[in-house]
Design a protein around this ligand. Structure first.
Ligand SMILES: [Zn+2]
Length: 265
């Protein structure tokens, strides 16, 4: 079987075991079924930006240079919600887009991998965001009416929790033994007073089981830089947006737009 097209991040379905699917060109692959198979994925040497342009190189975060500096999807508030201004009616790149994105309910959550981290997501992205991160478990702390307030809470909590975790430790499945619901309580106690009204009632701990057949002890990362670069090995499992293979691990999301050919041998 042979598939060809640009890479997109894998879609997930939450359940007792997480199910992954990957769209390549016209085909939708149910990735869990490929676990245990030999796969070969090779890079064709160019990318499609989300604007649809075929470009020889991406600039940053999988955008072409033009998109990175002009499109609202690539604006700095995407990474730093505390910079949001749509609630004040102030435009950054495209006020209508920014209003749609920012003026909707957001969650501030704690998620556990090798450490407990704080993060922000739109409520429609939950629980997908956590599965994309490869979190072992997660719980909602706050539900706020807009992105700015979520950013404000995240900044306040960064003194107490990290906002990044180690993907190597995540892939080696080395979770912290800190208690998540205790951390939620601790976070609630240290929140600025104006945010306490948004505390999420009946927060519960979500657990995530990834389809991993063979646990790795060493992390060897494979990435595609030049045409012909390839990943070839037995697919051992999937966690977050990583394919875990006998040849090494491959981050599908960070290769968004890369034109690839995938063979199931
Ligand atoms: Zn572009």
């Amino acid at each position: 079987m042979r598939f060809e097209g640009p890479l997109r991040k894998m879609s997930t379905i939450y359940g007792e075991n997480i199910r992954y699917s990957l769209r390549i060109g016209e085909d939708l692959l149910f990735m869990n079924r490929l676990i245990g198979s030999q796969i070969r994925m090779s890079f064709k040497g160019n990318h499609t930006c989300f604007c649809g342009q075929l470009v020889p190189e991406v600039y940053r975060q999988n955008f072409c240079r033009d998109c990175f500096f002009t499109k609202p999807e690539a604006s700095p508030t995407i990474m730093k919600p505390e910079l949001s201004k749509a609630h004040l009616g102030i435009e950054e790149r495209d006020l209508e887009f920014e209003k749609r994105l920012q003026l909707q309910p957001h969650y501030v959550y704690l998620a556990k991998t090798d450490r407990i981290k704080v993060g922000v997501t739109r409520n429609t992205q939950m629980p997908y965001r956590w599965m994309d991160q490869g979190a072992k478990s997660a719980a909602i702390l706050l539900e706020v009416p807009n992105r700015y307030l979520a950013g404000e809470a995240e900044v306040a909590l960064k003194d107490h929790f990290v906002d990044k975790t180690s993907w190597q430790a995540m892939l080696k499945d080395l979770p912290t033994d800190e208690d998540l619901m205790e951390a939620i309580q601790r976070a609630a106690d240290v929140l600025p007073e104006n945010l306490k009204q948004y505390l999420y009632q009946d927060s519960k701990e979500w657990h995530f089981n990834y389809p991993v057949q063979h646990q790795i002890e060493k992390v060897k990362s494979i990435s595609f830089k030049t045409e012909g670069d390839a990943l070839e090995g037995e697919l051992w499992g999937i966690r977050g947006q990583y394919l875990i293979t006998s040849a090494g691990v491959f981050n599908v999301r960070s290769h968004t737009g890369h034109m690839v050919e995938l063979e199931v041998l």
